[in-house]
Each structure stands twice: as C-alpha cells, then as structure tokens.
Design a protein around this ligand. Sequence first.
Ligand SMILES: [Zn+2]
Length: 326
Amino acid sequence: MSLYKYTLSSCLLLFTLTVNANFLNTKYLWDTPEIPVCWKNIDPATGATERGWIKDAANKWADATNNQLKFTGWGLCENNPQGITIETNNDFVPGSSIGKKATKENDPSMKLNLYVGAPDGWRGVTVTNCNLKTEKGRKACIKGTAVHEFGHALGFSHEHRSSLKDDACEKRYPSILDKDYSWPKYSILINQWDLYSIMNYCNPDQDGQLSHLDKIAIKTWYGNIPRYEPKSKIVILPVIDINGNKVSAELIDIGNGKFKLAALKSTTAGSASEAKFRSNKLHIPMLKYLGDDPNFPRHVTSLYDVWLSFDSATNQFSVISSKAIK
Ligand SMILES: [Zn+2]
C-alpha cells in the first residue's frame, strides 16, 4: 500500500514554479502532536476575523485526529519562534514549508493572503471555488487555502504530483506536473489516487474539505492510534474502551495469530481511533504497522482493521479477521 498524497515533499508556493529541491520524508513530521503557531505580523486593528478563519482551517486537521493534534499559541511570534510562523498579506501567493523543516530554514514558514483588494480569479486563489467579490467568497478562499497550507505544514505534499494522477489532471497542469518528480522513500501509505484530497489541485470540488484519505493520513501520523512495532513484536494500544472504562495495553505477538496481553493499566490518554473490547472481542479499527528501518522510525508500511477474540483462561488474543484499510 502506498499513499501518494502523503508524500512529504514540498510545494512552497501555490501555482508558482518555485519548488524546494529537497524532497522531504517522514523525518519532517513534527515530533510531538502539539505544534506551536504564531503570527509574524499581528495588526490588532485588522485581520482578527481572518485570523479566526485561518485558525478554524488549521483545526480541521486537529478535529480529524480527535484533537490529538493540537495547534497551540497563536500569539505574536517572539525571537527564534518554534513551530509554524505565519505572515499574512494581501498581495502574495500563499505557501508553506513542509513539516517541521518549517521554522529552521524558513521564517515565516507560511504565507497566507487575506485577499483584500485582490482581483477575482487572481492566481493566488487555487484551492477553493471562491469569489473574491463577496465576503462569503473571500472567507472560502482564505479558509480553503489555509487548510491546504496547513496540510503542507504538517508534512503533506501535493497529490497532483502522484504518478497515479489521471490524464485529465495531467492535461490541466502540464507545467507543474513535472515528470521527474519521484516520491521520497517511505513516504507513501495507500497506493491510491485521491482526486478529492485538499492537497490536490485537480480536486473538482475545491471546497476546502479534507477527503476520506486526508483524514486517514492525519490520524495515522498524529492521532496516537494503535501500532505494531515489528522489532519488539508488540502491539501498543494507547486506548481501549472497555464498557466506558479507558485502559492502555500491550499485546505481545507470540506467533500464529496469537497475542499475549501485557501492561494493562487505566489511562487518561486520548486517541483518534480507540480500540473497543466487548463480549471477549477486541476491535482495533486502525492499526498501523511501522517499518523497521531505523532511519525512518515513523514510516508506516500499512494500516489494518483487526478483530481479535480473547481467552481469559490463557490471557491470549487470537486474530479473527484483519483487513487492509483503504
Ligand atoms: Zn500547495
């Protein structure tokens, strides 16, 4: 499986040919799901409403993780700011650095246009159907663009650069769909062209919404979901709901589809995808298998929806079914 949309490469600026030459990878995912955000240029007299729209846009990603991902701060940037640094203006093309590479090399790491006085159809408007002549339209432009740019800031690259792109998309954007692009190692999760991704210029809806696969991807990397670690052969379950009680647990893989229960304790942690235990059956709706390359510890090889049965006499689980998530 791979997920081309989630390759972590770069589009610094929408609709320009300026492209960061360095492809990025899972190393550029943020280390923690709490990411500081600050404004380079808060003008208290203007832009408060627009900054609210931008914050709402960022939180679409956070919402999809059941708020495991959090954008914090949102004040004026101080010296040497950490995290995402946003500059707003009315006349530049929006863009963002990719993932945590952001502030180290680029400050501001994100540029967003407030479209005050910008002509309708201006080239900076690319990700939403929006009409700059109306306030409602301008809001749609600002929010939709910000959702897309926050996708970059979280590590995602352009879906329309996928080798799986369809012919119509290729024809529409021949200049930016550079055939030389290849995706970085270990950056792909589900091998599927996602026309409706917020990261896809060819998205016919252009409505500023996250697609089904956008949501799966953000949960996978920032949602504190269950994971299988091949080296230790352990399944880590951050949250299991047992009739309303929340516990964490580890399952030790003892082979032949059997797992021994270990490290069970109550928890206050959250997860974008909790496991559930009912009537001696454990359902893990999203289980990510991590790769085993030490240079790419956050590489996910695949995602599964798994059911297991529990035998209290042996304290063991047995796999009932396991199917790949698409
Ligand atoms: Zn972009």
